[in-house]
Design a protein around this ligand. Structure first.
Ligand code: NZQ
Ligand code: ZN
Length: 394
């Protein structure tokens, strides 16, 4: 724990109103000439965004084919469909138009195209490492996953939801027009903001903090996102608030807020992934449903951080013992999640009480997916995972 770090964040960010018009020019600049436009269900079609993207590619003289239909918690079957379509058309660049699900599906297709002799599923099964990846560009439509700058891709198959991380898939560019997010339903906006908070907190709750600047960036990001998520919960049309959370989303997961602090706990994420796999829940909502229980389970192991979080982020006043300060901070965060309409228990998330059998299955799957243990604020084993799911029950 010496504060050393490597930050690799090669994505060109093009931010602001109408920046999607630059798609053709950017694809061309990064060497693309035959593009697969990849998108989700309906939102990007309905808003006319896909047509505008096609126009921009046409103006740059770039060939394109398209594949929509990516669902939240993106599926491997769709990835295979994209691979076939891309191969049949000699695609050399994947343009993801959407959120984390679309971007992650695009990254999986890009891995597969670069090493066509292998099944891309092996990456998510962690039986092979990627050696290459086709270029991916993104036009972001929801501030949430941070996938537009991250090294990660998360794909679902056979009741599993698995991630694969490698710098190879970091997007070449990220077009971020906050106006594109104005059509988001409130629940998706707030789930997205919660995910952004969580990407920062997963790094912040650490026993290895070394750099004041990293902590200050993280705390500033948390305060800013909490402020503007609350604004958007009341006024979804607020462009400035959309812009704040959109940029925060990228910064929360491109590595910046963890530089030199040995964070990367990500236990809440891994606990959530099993909820996504089993129940198909919205990622950000799954996170808020487990975080309060995770925090109450681990805070004693990481007390100075929880105290600092309570004071600097949740504005808990001085005068209490360290332990009470930490608990006040956790309670304040729980209240905050509730105030923006997010669930803080599994019952609120799923609308039912999970059985002991389901808890055991979730914990078993989580332990399997994580190689038996996860977390750095506190290392969790299968029994701990089950305890946290149990605490989160209702
Ligand atoms: O499919 P459409 O019709 O576009 O609807 C989507 C979807 O239903 C909708 N939406 C997106 N932009 C919209 C919009 N609706 C109206 N107007 C717009 N402008 O929002 C819904 C959610 O979209 P999705 O892409 O699933 O959201 P998000 O960005 O939260 O991505 C979630 C996925 O990313 C993974 C999650 O696990 C989950 O699978 N993650 C990826 C990470 C990464 N690659 O770095 C890190 C994260 O921690 C996360 O695990
Ligand atoms: Zn996340």
């Amino acid at each position: 724990m010496n504060g050393n770090f490597t930050l690799y964040t090669p994505t060109k960010v093009v931010f602001g109103r109408k920046t999607e018009q630059k798609a053709g020019e950017l694809v061309r600049a990064f060497g693309g000439s035959r593009v697969l436009i990849h998108y989700g269900g309906h939102s990007a079609l309905r808003s006319g965004l896909i047509d505008r993207v096609k126009t921009s590619l046409d103006e740059a003289g770039i060939f394109h084919v398209e594949l929509g239909g990516v669902v939240p918690n993106p599926q491997l079957d769709k990835v295979y469909e994209g691979i076939e379509l891309a191969k049949a058309n000699g695609v050399d660049f994947i343009l993801a138009v959407g959120g984390g699900s679309v971007i992650d599906s695009a990254k999986a297709i890009a891995y597969a195209l670069a090493e066509p002799e292998f099944d891309v599923k092996e990456l998510y099964e962690h039986t092979r490492q990627a050696k290459a990846c086709f270029p991916v560009g993104t036009i972001l439509t929801i501030a949430a996953s941070g996938s537009e700058m991250s090294d990660s891709s998360v794909i679902s198959y056979e009741d599993k939801k698995r991630g694969y991380n490698s710098d190879l898939c970091r997007p070449k560019f990220a077009i971020m027009d906050p106006e594109l997010t104005l059509t988001l339903p409130d629940y998706q906006t707030c789930a997205g903001c919660s995910d952004i908070l969580m990407h920062t907190m997963e790094r912040y709750f650490t026993t290895g903090s070394k750099l004041e600047i990293t902590d200050a960036l993280a705390e500033g990001l948390l305060r800013t996102v909490m402020k503007y998520a609350a604004v958007l919960h009341e006024d979804p049309t607020n462009y400035e608030a959309r812009a704040e959370v959109m940029w925060a989303g990228s910064l929360s997961h491109n590595g910046l807020t963890g530089c030199g602090n040995d964070g990367n706990d990500f236990a809440s994420h891994r606990l959530e992934h099993e909820l996504g796999a089993l129940y198909g829940v919205t990622h950000g909502a799954g996170l808020t449903a487990v975080w309060p229980s995770w925090a109450k389970y681990v805070y004693k192991n990481c007390l100075p951080r929880f105290v600092r979080f309570a004071r600097n982020v949740m504005c808990v006043e001085a005068g209490l013992s360290d332990e009470d300060t930490a608990l006040e901070g956790i309670a304040a965060m729980e209240d905050y999640f509730r105030s923006i309409g997010m669930p803080v228990t599994l019952k609120e998330l799923l609308g039912k009480t999970v059985s002991e059998e389901e808890i055991r299955l979730l914990a078993k799957n989580c332990a399997l997916a994580t190689g038996g243990k996860v977390g750095s604020a506190m290392v969790l084993y299968e029994e701990d995972m089950a305890n946290i799911y149990r605490m989160a029950k209702e």
